[in-house]
Design a protein around this ligand. Structure first.
Ligand code: 3PG
Length: 230
């Protein structure tokens, strides 16, 4: 019998291989919500000092994009993306501000169309087989599994990915992850990146506690490195 080869996707990849590779090599993503753009550079430097070199700046505050611009300019070693993209204009604005990539909590045809037209590296959020089917049709290969823990965790991800396994989706797992549950996700081959907001939580940022952020980043990096060594 011939092997099953399905190509549901259009020619263009929504997450170009080079930037996808870099994110997958990092394996770790800090999710940040920043109120005051002045905090952006010290937070990014604390993360880097702890070994976290990729971040998602959640666009949930008025200062989020200004924060991103500061990181792009002052901390070029940081792979800085924007999250919580909900409207097509936000994709244009994030790209113009220098974001390396964008993610959304859910799947929106409007945003997928905009990302494709503008050539912006983009990963939508998914949590169901229907989401995965649509993502495949749009040529997505990297997806944000969100909210991971409350939607059923690793077992749920394995179950929804099973019918699509031959399409080789890769997942950025976010939502409810912590130091205890992170290692289990890394045992799943389709999981390429994990992370969360606990590494640089809003209360630590508000308190200017860069040292604790550096320590948490180092612990998260250690967990990922230990899991990668097997
Ligand atoms: C996100 O937008 O990715 C989440 O806020 C991350 O989830 P967490 O806050 O539970 O880590």
């Amino acid at each position: 019998m011939k092997p099953l080869t399905l190509d549901l996707s259009p020619a263009t990849e929504l997450f170009p291989p080079k930037i996808k590779r870099r994110l997958m090599d990092e394996k770790l993503l800090a999710v940040l919500t920043i109120d005051d753009p002045e905090d952006a550079v010290p937070v990014a430097e604390a993360l880097l000092a702890g070994g976290v070199r990729a971040m998602e700046l959640a666009w949930r505050t008025p200062g989020a994009l200004a924060a991103l611009e500061r990181v792009v300019e002052a901390v070029p070693e940081m792979l800085a993306g924007v999250g919580t993209l909900l409207a097509p204009e936000q994709i244009h604005a994030a790209r113009d501000a220098g974001a390396a990539f964008g993610v959304s909590p859910g799947l929106s045809v409007k945003l997928l169309d905009t990302a494709r037209e503008s050539g912006f590296p983009y990963a939508p959020g998914i949590m169901s087989p229907s989401d995965l089917h649509l993502a495949a049709e749009y040529g997505c290969t990297l997806l944000k599994f969100f909210p991971a823990e409350s939607s059923g965790g690793l077992q749920h991800l394995r179950n929804i990915n099973a019918p699509f396994k031959h399409l080789d989706f890769r997942y950025v797992v976010l939502g409810g992850l912590n130091e205890t549950n992170m290692p289990s996700y890394l045992s799943e081959p389709s999981v390429s990146v994990i992370g969360g907001s606990w590494i640089a939580s809003p209360d630590l940022i508000a308190a200017g506690n860069w040292e604790e952020i550096r320590c948490r980043a180092a612990r998260a990096r250690q967990i990922v490195d230990d899991a990668s060594r097997g």
